[in-house]
Unconditional design. Structure first.
Length: 279
């Protein structure tokens, strides 16, 4: 009788243990791999055409999205296992520190100040500060902006770079977002919009703007886009760098560049050396 009780107790314990294990293997975020139905949260922009844009049907498109999807695939995650999280510029470091996302691909320029707070994989794109002007504009260099109306977003370092050092007599107009700047350029309220050339190319490539604008082709700064990872997570940095190297060597990187920026005649730089984290 004692033996039957012990056996029954052991069997019950085993069932409870298996049930607890099953409950613990839900589809919560699995930062190790994509197996077992795990998900991965990735930070992107939701409002930048050509880079990271949430479309009306709820899907996401852009170069950053394509890069992040490829990287996630190399980490073992299918596209259906990705949960996209909007990470605005001011909250990117906090999102990584809190663990809201596993990594961020959102026009995230690598610089010394940011490297104090997060680690970077990449860089995966070298962009430059540039000007977007109308197709028939005679603006060919930054100093041509003196006396002209220039638009960028509030607090933009791109606008201040031109206004303070390159074309101090430009009339700076600051808006809440680049969409407002593009609308002002289209209406003639401003003569140029300034920020990273990749961002400008993304807007210019939209169907409703095709043929209306051109990039001035200036290289007013170097912006090395990296994939942000929580500080100290060197293992993930290494895995992402390996994935980016494969994306470049396979031709998938150039395909993504052409698809997202091609309509704006974007003259992209060659893929930067992965793992060469520079300012």
């Amino acid at each position: 009788m004692k033996l039957r009780k012990v056996t029954l107790f052991a069997s019950t314990a085993l069932v409870l243990s298996l049930a607890a294990t099953a409950c613990g293997s839900s589809d919560k975020d699995d930062s190790g791999s994509g197996s077992g139905g795990g998900k991965i949260k990735i930070g992107i922009k939701f409002d930048q055409p050509g880079l990271g844009l949430k479309q009306p049907d709820g899907t996401y498109a852009g170069f950053d999205v394509d890069v992040a999807t490829y990287v996630a695939g190399q980490l073992g995650y299918k596209p259906t296992q990705i949960e996209w999280v909007e990470t605005k510029s001011a909250d990117r470091e906090n999102a990584l520190a809190r663990g809201d996302v596993k990594f961020i691909a959102a026009t995230y320029s690598i610089n010394d100040e940011r490297k104090k707070k997060v680690d970077f994989a990449g860089p995966y794109l070298l962009a430059h500060q540039d000007l977007l002007v109308k197709k028939d504009s005679t603006i060919a260099k930054a100093t041509d902006l003196n006396g002209k109306n220039l638009c960028s977003v509030t607090g933009s370092t791109s606008a201040q770079n031109i206004h303070d050092t390159i074309a101090p007599k430009a009339n700076l107009r600051e808006n809440a977002g680049y969409s407002e700047c593009i609308a002002a350029l289209q209406s003639g309220a401003v003569d140029a919009v300034t920020t990273d050339d990749s961002i400008l190319a993304g807007f210019a490539a939209q169907d409703k703007f095709k043929g209306q604008f051109k990039l001035a082709g200036l290289k007013l700064s170097n912006e090395n886009y990296g994939i942000g990872v929580k500080k100290g997570d060197s293992a993930t940095v290494g895995k992402i760098n390996t994935a980016l190297e494969k994306m470049v060597s396979s031709g998938a990187w150039q395909t993504a560049v052409s698809k997202n920026f091609g309509p704006a005649d974007y003259k992209n730089e060659p893929a930067p050396k992965i793992g060469n984290i520079v300012k």
